[in-house]
Design a protein around this ligand. Sequence first.
Ligand SMILES: Nc1nc2c(ncn2[C@@H]2O[C@H](COP(=O)(O)OP(=O)(O)OP(=O)(O)O)[C@@H](O)[C@H]2O)c(=O)[nH]1
Ligand SMILES: [Mg+2]
Length: 472
Amino acid sequence: MTPLASPPLAPWDDHGLRLTMSTSDTIVAAATPAGRSALAIVRVDGPLAAAIASAALARKTPLAEKTSTLGIWRNQEGEAIDQVVAVLWHAGRSFTGNDSLEITCHGNPLLVRRLTEDCLARGGRIAEPGEFTRRSYLAGRIDLTQAEAVADLIHASSERALASARRMLAGELGRHVARWTDRTLQILAELEAHIDFPEEDLPAEDPLGPAARLIEIASELSGYARTAKHDGALRTGLRVAVVGAPNAGKSSLLNALAGADRAIVSPEAGTTRDYLEAPVAGLPLAVTAIDTAGLRDGGSMLENLGMARSLEQARGAHLLLLVVDASAEPPALPADLVALLDPVRTLIVANKSDLPAHRAQQDFLPQIAKLSACLLDGRDAEALRAKLGEFLIAKEIAPGAEDLVVSVRHAEALARAATALSEAAGHLKAPIQTELAAAQGRVALDALGEIVGRIDNERMLDKLFASFCIGK
Ligand SMILES: Nc1nc2c(ncn2[C@@H]2O[C@H](COP(=O)(O)OP(=O)(O)OP(=O)(O)O)[C@@H](O)[C@H]2O)c(=O)[nH]1
Ligand SMILES: [Mg+2]
């Protein structure tokens, strides 16, 4: 078979950004990571997909749609590359909207390379990062929030991040945006009618009705925009610093949270000098616990170096777990640490509950929430982890299971739309300026459109999809 003609390459602008990425050529990429595995997948998308599969698998007719076809993939010289399973989706019914082919081969990088090279020789070109998803978006199969969710789903490192990506991918934010858009359009239509026929009164309650409705939408938008504060908790996880006086049981707590014997525990005060980290087990969020050196006034030079590191970790953490030996007199903590103990991001773990409690403990930092625990063995570990998870949600450090968390990009557009709607509402109060209100309404609609990608912005799209992996 003669090679099919290569489509022309898309032009590049002077910043190296591909401004017009053709959707009519056939793109090829491995969809699975480089390395050895049982199986690997090569994806082919575009008008040549069906012909490439038929030719390489020596079929006279196109492969049956959405049906797995087992066969030997041969290159154009007739050499067998691998036994593969190929599945073809027809244009209009695939993820990308084009003819789309998935070839599953054995997971050897050499086989993946040869398969890819053969598809290129047959007229394909290597896909840009995120180009399959971009095609799906451009074909109108998914909106921009769903395209972003594909990347989020792949990169999610906790159950909660997965759940959030799943909801985005299912189009939850897109549906909200559609409803906000409809409501704003309805109000705008009423205002435009008033502009076109100024002698007619604004309908019904005139003009506070529309103003109140605009404010209502603006406050919903602001509410959703605020959820972006949890974006970091989902993407990079949370850091919890375990701090307190020497020998309070900090390393015991780290081990309990990690569900593993990670840090050295000993009756000697000053055991931990450097800080050490471990992931907290069994939480739906990615939480890293950091064990630190005990903090007390005075101490040797080495201890002081360790303490400086502890404070540094405490400052950078989302939450402080202050471990206290509840059987002893409350500790005299250095002022630098006390200054960091605010009730919103501190939880006291009153340890050694197996021993009689010291009377003075009840007056120790009464404004800060306390949890009683025994960290001698693993008996309280699971309950502690669960309570830690609850505390993070209660103090809004982490999102709850019901929260839809929007990204920083969504939040910025939501906030812009909310501001425009509030301004529009302002123009509907005396002196009433309906034209200005309508103009702000349109600003809000544009901002909402950006969230789902109805407003075309080629550069924004380039930036967004460039952060994807190739093959997605
Ligand atoms: N009785 C009792 N002893 C405990 C409990 N938790 C920890 N200990 C003991 O307290 C001692 C100190 O524990 P660590 O976890 O090493 O304390 P730490 O705060 O990390 O100490 P440094 O690293 O030296 O600052 C060890 O002997 C532990 O076995 C507890 O709940 N009850
Ligand atoms: Mg320790």
